[in-house]
Design a protein around this ligand. Structure first.
Ligand code: IPE
Ligand code: IPE
Ligand code: MG
Length: 245
């Protein structure tokens, strides 16, 4: 059991997960891809609860990328329907566990029904403070950075900001993730070892953890193993090992 082995004083403050492998999970079992996505929601619930249980303050889940719009329409429709039904169903879990939900991405591109359901759950959980759960929906890091540049340019044009004053904190303030700390631990399931346009700026010094487990099979204990592995690493942030210890 990895849970007992975790050091509560050095938990990652922000974990983000690229939940990948739903399609392959279904294919291996001879099911339709849609079933893999449905099964993936069980893993989401387990991991959200798992994070809250041990005191992780921020969890960000990559649920749908800007590039995922290019999938067959029937799959996109299934994913959007699943988003609505999960939100309806999981509001209980969020309230029970005192979790606040927020969403990042180009949310205006989501179907109206999904936007409405999201707004409702966000509103109902906005006072919760045990953990912030951020869903990345129609999210692309490059698109996020483009809107940062646009907002900052506008301010410079209106003389509200001098180009010289632009620093990391100004960039951070214009990201969708402005209220979140940098990512400490990034997990990707399914064996792929790539970032796929997720939080490029925010993961600058994240520890990366890749596992072959397909997302629908991922559970708390797998999460705790990832955190345990994270706690064995030395985060040097450019310094020498001697400076750290
Ligand atoms: C992740 O699983 C879910 C989304 C990207 C929405 P995939 O659907 O990408 O599963 P694979 O990669 O095809 O197995
Ligand atoms: C990344 O998974 C996006 C999500 C998990 C939502 P993909 O399956 O879309 O990534 P690629 O296309 O294999 O890089
Ligand atoms: Mg995939």
């Amino acid at each position: 059991m990895f849970k007992e082995k975790l050091n509560p004083d050095s938990l990652p403050k922000h974990i983000s997960i690229i939940m990948d492998g739903n399609g392959r999970w279904a294919k291996q079992k001879g099911f339709l891809r849609a079933l893999g996505h449905e099964e993936g929601t069980i893993a989401v619930r387990d991991v959200v609860e798992g994070c809250a249980e041990i005191g992780v303050e921020n969890l960000t889940l990559y649920a749908f990328s800007t590039e995922n719009w290019n999938r067959p329409k029937i799959e996109v429709d299934t994913l959007m329907r699943l988003l609505v039904s999960s939100l309806k169903k999981e509001i209980k879990t969020l309230v029970k566990n005192n979790i606040k939900l927020q969403a990042i991405g180009n949310l205006g591109n989501l179907p109206k029904k999904a936007q409405k359901e999201l707004t409702e759950v966000i509103e109902k959980t906005k006072e919760n403070e045990r953990m912030t759960l951020t869903l990345a929906l129609s999210y692309g890091s490059r698109e996020e950075l483009i809107q940062v540049v646009k907002q900052i340019s506008e301010k410079v044009k209106n003389n509200e900001l001098m180009p010289d004053a632009i620093d990391e904190s100004i960039i951070n303030q214009h990201l969708y993730t402005q209220n979140l700390p940098d990512v400490d631990l990034l997990i990707r399931t399914s064996g792929e070892q790539r970032i796929s346009n997720f939080l490029l700026w925010q993961i600058a010094y994240a520890e990366l953890y890749f596992t072959n487990i397909l997302w629908p099979d991922f559970r708390k204990e797998n999460l705790y193993e990832a955190i345990y592995n994270y706690q064995t690493r030395e985060r040097r942030f450019g310094k020498t090992s001697e400076q750290i210890s």
